[in-house]
Ligand binder design. Structure first.
Ligand code: PLP
Length: 406
């Protein structure tokens, strides 16, 4: 008899999102004349930058000619892309990351979900609440949590991100083994400063813990005083892995390209306390289970770092940030407290009532879809997340409609 991995049966969270999709479908069927505006999904809406499209076309042509054809690429990604990443995203900001420490992949979702495979089955995990559900669910699947009790899994440390702490939790008073951090944050939109990030790096160093730092929304940081990478904090290379993605940076959610930085000095420990380089383990894992992002996508990602590509990407992000600012000012003018919307495409709105109730109100009265905060954790119970990924017209219409309802 084939036994299943019963940890999968503990998972619940997808129910809410399925329920939302069903509720939206039903509303559309019952109100065919209403144009529903979806501000719930964290997917980009604008086309790829021209420089990326051109690079992709050229790469496809290369694959179509015998003389320039390429098969399997290097396991860690092509040197042309890893060098551009190390230089432009890190070295130019004073973070000492080499191309050998960069692993190109087809998504930050799979990297953030897979990295826990390198860690002991009994590693004590700390993660923010609210949280991007992938960190929690991948640890539930791996059996690192107890059962769901109420709306929380037992056996993990929830780092509460609330209005009181500005949605930036402090390190706990006792030791944990692995910490997931995400800044700018999905869903709260909060961006962390140097001082707060240093507290986490110091904590990880003191406790020989590991920080898994998700910077998928780094491109939205416009405040130059904020760190763009955890490696801007001295000592972080020994205790932190960083995840980045071209999805939100350059509209690659459909194209797929991302990368993970695993510094050579970043260590985990055996049960005997012997230090082991996580770089070597991740290389081993990736070369066994992954065959690389496609050549055209790596060429397209490389184009993000060209002068033309960088300008187009900036314009793209400016557009979404301007949308975010429209949402933010409307929410504030309605007297609602918000986080995010600056240095982030997400606006986390304190609804002052149950998040599902607010979702229902906005859908049924304004034809606008948001995400109920409870879907990201119990601290989201009274919040909704509004995404700035949409056309200007839809953002303006949605804000106008919400203004009439609230
Ligand atoms: N990390 C965070 C925090 C996200 O919000 C998302 C996507 O919504 C991802 C990672 C996934 O990125 P990718 O498209 O590279 O898989």
């Amino acid at each position: 008899m084939i036994r299943i991995n019963e940890h999968y049966l503990k998972l619940q969270s997808s129910y809410l999102f399925a329920e939302i999709a069903q509720r939206v479908r039903r509303f559309q069927e019952e109100n065919p004349e209403t144009e529903v505006i979806k501000l719930g999904i964290g997917d980009v809406t604008r086309a790829l930058p021209e420089a990326c499209v051109r690079a992709m076309h050229n790469a496809v042509d290369e694959l179509g000619r015998e003389e320039t054809f390429r098969g399997y690429g290097p396991e860690q990604g092509y040197a042309f892309l890893r060098e551009a990443i190390a230089r432009e995203d890190f070295q130019k900001r004073g973070a000492d990351i080499s191309e050998e420490e960069v692993f190109v992949s087809d998504g930050a979702k799979c990297d953030t979900a897979n990295f826990q495979e390198l860690l002991g089955p009994d590693a004590y995990v700390a993660l923010p609440d609210p949280v991007y559900p992938v960190y929690l669910d991948s640890n539930v699947m791996a059996g690192r949590t107890g059962a769901l009790q109420g709306d929380r899994f037992q056996g993990v440390r929830h780092l509460e991100s609330t209005r009181e702490n500005g949605f930036i939790p402090d390190p706990p008073g006792d030791p944990v083994d692995v910490i997931y951090l995400c800044f700018p944050n999905n869903p709260t939109g909060a961006a962390i400063g140097h001082e707060d990030l240093k507290k986490w790096v110091d904590y990880a160093r003191e406790n020989r813990a590991l920080i898994l730092y998700d910077a998928a929304y780094e491109a939205f940081i416009r405040d130059d005083s904020l760190p763009r990478s955890i490696y801007e904090v001295p000592g972080a290379k020994e205790v932190a892995v960083e995840f980045r993605s071209f999805s939100k940076t350059a509209g690659f959610t459909g194209a797929r390209c991302a990368y993970t930085v695993v510094p050579k000095e970043c260590t985990g420990y055996t049960s005997q306390g012997e230090a082991v380089s996580l770089h070597g383990l991740w290389l081993r894992r990736q070369s066994t289970k992954f065959n690389g992002a496609s050549y055209p996508m790596q060429r397209a990602a490389e184009a993000v770092y060209s002068r033309e590509g960088a300008e187009q990407v900036r314009e793209l992000i400016d557009f979404y940030l301007a949308n975010a600012s429209i949402v933010l000012s409307q929410m504030r003018s309605l007297g609602l407290t918000c986080s995010g919307g600056e240095n982030s495409p997400y606006i986390w709105v304190h609804a002052g009532r149950d998040s599902k109730e607010m979702f229902e109100l906005l859908l049924s009265r304004a034809g606008v879809v948001c995400t109920p905060g409870i879907g990201f954790g119990s601290c989201g119970r009274e919040y909704i997340r509004i995404s700035a990924f949409n056309s200007r017209r839809n953002i303006e219409t949605a804000m106008e409609r919400i203004g009439k309802v609230l």
